[in-house]
Design a binder for this molecule. Structure first.
Ligand code: NAD
Length: 246
């Protein structure tokens, strides 16, 4: 018996990193997973896992989201993963950077939730929405994460308001707040710095555990939040950061 047997799960940004690891973990627990991403070739690699089907989706495009939602009859769990890290203070953040981050990290979740709420709502009266936030948000001030932290704090606000508005209809909404996770985009951020070795050491220094989280560790928390084991948990920013925010 899988912990997610019979559940239909839609998730975004599933081609790599946390999204990919979570799609695989969901399927391993018996869910029927619809994994979406903008990157078609990487996404297709997931098709080899039993229980996973893939669909190209750009979460910044309302028309694509609405068309996708119309194709789906029922969804038990929606997991909004897509997000982008802009490096810098407010002085480094041009209007285009601000708009891009707000659009991808926050507006996409608004669009996805609005489009999929009717499917989640009328599925089993036990719908479940999970959003990807971060400890770099309203939880912790982090240098050079100005617009990123602003967007991830907004995700916490969105999560709490969804939980409050729809609790009577049996819908839960939580968000996941990781510390630093070893994913392809983290490696890209390290390589993009003038001194990658120093950047890697700086990233590691802020982790009290002396190591990064793995995407698979974050996926295990997501399985718990998606499963009925967490039925009494809603409206929570769940921190998984190896003690970074202590
Ligand atoms: P990643 O950055 O390595 O991959 C992101 C994925 O998003 C890619 O597959 C990419 O193709 C996809 N994507 C980009 N734009 C898209 C769009 N418009 N529509 C659909 N998909 C799109 O992934 P990650 O590092 O695992 O991060 C995933 C989420 O976790 C993000 O929201 C991120 O902010 C959050 N997070 C990451 C860390 C970390 O240290 N890696 C820490 C805390 C929170």
């Amino acid at each position: 018996m899988g912990r997610l047997d019979g559940k239909v799960i839609v998730l975004t940004a599933a081609a790599q990193g946390i999204g990919r690891a979570t799609a695989i973990a969901f399927a391993r627990e018996g869910a029927k997973v619809i994994a979406t991403d903008i990157n078609e070739s990487k996404l297709q690699e997931l098709e080899k896992y039993p229980g996973i089907q893939t669909r190209v989706l750009d979460v910044t495009k309302k028309k694509q989201i609405d068309e996708f939602a119309n194709e789906i009859e029922r969804v038990d769990i929606l997991f909004n993963v897509a997000g982008f890290v802009h490096h810098g203070t407010i002085l480094d953040c041009e209007e285009k950077d601000w708009d891009f981050s707000m659009n991808l990290n926050v507006r996409s979740m608004y669009l996805m939730i609005k489009a999929f709420l009717p499917k989640v709502r009328y599925a089993h009266k036990s719908g479940n929405i999970i959003n990807m936030s971060s400890v770099a948000s309203s939880i912790k001030g982090v240098v050079n994460r100005c617009v990123y932290s602003t967007t991830k704090a907004a995700v916490i606000g969105l999560t709490k308001s969804m939980a409050a508005d729809f609790i009577q209809q049996g819908i839960r909404c939580n968000c996941v707040c990781p510390g630093t996770v070893d994913t392809p985009s983290l490696q890209e951020r390290i390589q993009a710095r003038p001194n990658p070795e120093e950047a890697r050491s700086d990233f590691l220094k802020r982790q009290r555990t002396g190591r990064f989280a793995t995407a698979e560790e974050i996926a295990l928390l997501c399985v718990y939040l998606a499963s009925d084991e967490s039925a009494y948990i809603t409206g929570n920013p769940v921190i998984i950061d190896g003690g970074w925010s202590l």
